[in-house]
Design a protein around this ligand. Structure first.
Ligand code: PEP
Length: 249
C-alpha cells in the first residue's frame, strides 16, 4: 500500500517573518491530528532551510528543497549539493520542475543526474514530468510524459523505487486550470504502466503525485484516484490554512 503524500512547494516566496507564522500554524494543525498513513513535507527556498529545520525538528512535517546540483562538490559557483541539503535536514528535493526546465533549460539527462545525486545522499527526489498545453492539444501528452519517464528510468534503473514522480501538466501549474480527476488518473496510469514495462515491482511501489492548481476544493477527488498518491501543491501551500485543508483531504 502506497502512503498518501502531500508536499508544499513555496517556490520563490517567503520571508523569515512570514515563514515563522506559517510554520507555527501548520505544525499546530498537524499535531491536532491527521488521517492515518499520510506523509507531509514542504519544499522551501535554500536560504530558509535552516529556519525550517529548527522549527520542524519535532514535527511530522518533513523538509525539502526545490533543486539540487547534478555535481557532488567543487567549482560550481552558486550550486547547492545534495550533501549540503542533507546537512540542513532535507528529506526531499524537487527535481525537474517545469519552471526549471523552462527558465533554466534543464534537460531530462540533467534531471536524472540531479535525482541520482539526491539518492546518493538518502534524499528522496520528487521528479517532475508533464506536458505543455500545445503538446496536450496536439494529442501528444502521453508520448511526451512517457519520454520524460523513460529518460529517468534509463539513468536511475531500479533506484527509482526510492523516488517519487510528480505528474505536473504545465498548463495546470499556477493557472487555476486543474486537470480533471479522470484526466489526471489516465496520465498517472500511463506513467505507472510505463514503469511496469521496466519493472512491475518498482511500478507498484513508486508514489506518483499530482501537481497543478490543487486547492482544498479539488484535492479530495484527485486523491481518491487509484494511481494518484498525493499532491505537489504550489500556490495553495503558501496559505497555511489551505495547505492544512489539503493535507486533510
Ligand atoms: C507547483 O509549482 O509545483 C505547482 C503545482 O503549482 P500550483 O499548485 O500553484 O499550480
Amino acid at each position: 500500500m502506497r502512503p498518501l503524500i502531500v508536499v508544499g512547494n513555496w517556490k520563490m516566496n517567503g520571508s523569515l517573518t512570514t515563514n515563522q507564522a506559517w510554520l507555527s500554524t501548520v505544525v499546530t494543525g498537524l499535531q491536532k491530528g491527521m488521517p492515518a498513513g499520510r506523509r507531509f513535507a514542504v519544499c522551501v527556498p535554500f536560504p530558509y532551510l535552516s529556519q525550517c529545520m529548527n522549527a520542524l525538528s519535532a514535527s511530522p512535517l518533513l523538509l525539502g528543497a526545490q533543486d539540487v546540483s547534478a555535481h557532488v562538490s567543487g567549482a560550481y559557483t552558486g550550486e547547492v549539493s545534495a550533501n549540503m541539503l542533507r546537512d540542513l535536514g532535507a528529506s526531499y528535493v524537487i527535481v525537474g520542475h517545469s519552471e526549471r526546465r523552462m527558465h533554466h533549460f534543464e534537460t531530462n539527462d540533467a534531471v536524472a543526474l540531479k535525482a541520482a545525486c539526491a539518492l546518493d545522499e538518502g534524499i528522496i527526489p520528487i521528479i517532475c514530468v508533464g506536458e505543455t498545453a500545445d503538446e496536450r492539444n496536439s494529442g501528444r501528452a502521453v508520448d511526451v510524459v512517457r519520454g520524460q519517464v523513460n529518460a529517468i528510468v534509463g539513468q536511475l534503473q531500479d533506484r527509482l523505487v526510492d523516488s517519487l514522480i510528480a505528474y505536473e501538466p504545465v498548463w495546470a501549474i499556477g493557472t487555476g486550470k486543474v486537470a480533471s480527476a479522470p484526466i489526471a488518473q489516465e496520465m498517472h496510469r500511463a506513467i505507472r504502466l510505463q514503469l511496469a514495462e521496466f519493472d512491475e515491482e518498482v511500478a507498484s511501489h513508486v508514489g506518483i503525485l499530482y501537481g497543478g492548481s490543487i486547492k482544498p476544493e479539488n484535492a479530495t477527488e484527485l486523491f481518491a484516484m487509484p494511481d494518484i498518491d498525493g499532491g505537489l501543491v504550489g500556490g495553495a501551500s503558501l496559505d497555511a490554512k489551505e495547505f492544512l485543508e489539503i493535507c486533510r483531504a
